[in-house]
Unconditional design. Structure first.
Length: 456
């Protein structure tokens, strides 16, 4: 019986193992389907990048057992390494879903879905169960992030990597049907492996964080299934996760109205293939460009006013690689003005170093505005004729304040998945995601996503 005296870690475990996730409101479960669709789309597109290829090749060398599918490649490897490879591919484009309130940022699908799907290929698992497991894992991860408070994010931890370990362990535990005591152990094992530094942003290292979280979360759940133990208060206890990773944590936030109020509906989806903090500025520049029929040569200067996190996280002035460009507000604003978008093509090494982009980058000034939120920005374009055009963005596209519709999200998926699988297979995979509640074995989704099962 759960009450206020029950330890936080155990309450999270009781939630993940109990009836709560399976009784989530329709809106929550629908959002989980949206997360599944988006995760598979960005993972398929990300599978073409060098980091994903290296992860797949490493998985094949270190764990050749044919247990679980790797997205975008018709091969199966050991389940933990499939989770690793799929987690890397999910995040390498920085195009994946983002829970992004004022004090933290969590990419919830990248660590949790790979762990859930790898576990689901170890034991027979239907779509309804997989969806429930994702809800359990996402809610657990984000709630721990909220409990950790802003210091955890500000000091330099990549929150997706840290709390992703805990969420992946909870989600995989649900698939494996662990009881609350074993799930408690799995969460503790995930927590003790938590890691991920912002220092590696702009490199392949960033995508390793959700990959390792997925892998370690799955391993934690399987260990716990076998009786492996961990600290019973690993989340909130002395020298536990919150104590070590934050100086202003509030453990009670992790379980406040747990199973009654849901964080998943506030998850956002990316319209652009770069760090989410840059998106409000991109929206503003693209909007001005389209409204006034502007060309880059019409603009003498660009001034943007943003939240402080934009400068501290994406303030790279002179990126050299495509990965670095994803964390450069200067590059993101430049391609928004030159190309009118910021999708996959805008974040290649060649595009980051292109003369037309460099010319605009030199005209951009960025300043901190304490009135701006993480999903807002103010942009002023000074034209060569002296006019100044301004645009305010209160909530960038894809955030809860300005959400993508199901049709918009599906269009994004079909664009990304179709380029890898072909149109018919992408269409079939989309239909499977929307109807996942009725899928008797989710291995079929992963086989289609791997390109191992052709569309009819």
């Amino acid at each position: 019986m759960t009450d206020e005296t029950t330890p936080v870690t155990l309450r999270l475990a009781q939630f993940a193992a109990g009836p709560g996730p399976s009784t989530a409101p329709t809106a929550v479960r629908h959002q989980a389907k949206r997360c599944l669709l988006d995760w598979l789309g960005v993972t398929l597109a990300g599978s073409a990048l060098p980091a994903s290829r290296i992860a797949r090749e490493t998985a094949a060398v270190l764990s050749p057992a044919e247990q679980a599918w790797v997205v975008g490649s018709p091969r199966r490897v050991g389940a933990p390494f499939a989770a690793l490879a799929n987690g890397v591919a999910a995040h390498v484009l920085d195009y994946d879903d983002t829970y992004n309130p004022g004090q933290t940022t969590v990419h919830g699908s990248a660590p949790v879905w790979p762990a859930v799907m790898a576990a689901a290929q170890l034991v027979p698992t239907d779509g309804r169960t997989a969806l429930t497991a994702f809800v359990a894992g996402f809610e657990t991860a984000v709630r721990v992030a909220l409990a950790a408070g802003p210091t955890h994010y500000d000091v330099g931890w990549h929150v997706t990597g840290t709390v992703g370990h805990i969420g992946a362990a909870a989600g995989a535990s649900r698939v494996l049907q662990l009881d609350a005591a074993s799930t408690n152990a799995a969460i503790g094992l995930g927590a003790t492996q938590a890691a991920g530094m912002k220092n590696v942003y702009g490199s392949m290292g960033k995508s390793l964080h959700p990959g390792k979280a997925a892998m370690d979360g799955l391993v934690s759940a399987v260990l716990a299934r076998g009786g492996f133990t961990s600290g019973s208060t690993a989340v909130e206890g002395h020298r536990g996760f919150l104590h070590l990773f934050s100086s202003d944590s509030e453990p009670a936030r992790a379980v406040d109205r747990l199973g009654e109020e849901w964080v998943l509906p506030d998850d956002g989806f990316k319209a652009y293939a770069c760090g989410s903090l840059t998106h409000p500025c991109i929206d503003a520049v693209v909007g001005l460009r389209e409204q006034h029929g502007l060309r880059a040569e019409d603009v003498a200067a660009v001034d943007v006013a943003v939240h402080d996190y934009v400068l501290t996280t994406t303030g790279m002035r002179e990126p050299v690689t495509g990965l670095e460009g994803k964390f450069s507000i200067y590059h993101c604003v430049a391609v928004a003005l030159v190309d009118g978008t910021a999708r996959l093509e805008q974040f290649t090494d060649d595009r980051v170093q292109a003369d037309d982009v460099l010319a605009v980058r030199d005209r951009i000034r960025v300043e901190h505005d304490p009135t701006q939120a993480k999903d807002s920005a103010s942009v002023a374009l000074t034209l060569v004729d002296g006019r100044v055009l301004r645009r305010e963005v209160a909530h960038n596209k894809g955030t809860p304040g300005n959400p993508m519709t199901d049709d918009e999200l599906e269009d994004k998926f079909l664009d990304l998945a179709g380029a890898v699988l072909g149109g018919p297979a992408a269409r079939r995979l989309a239909d499977l995601c929307w109807g996942v509640d009725e899928v008797p074995d989710v291995t079929v989704l992963m086989a289609v996503a791997a390109g191992a099962e052709a569309a009819p």
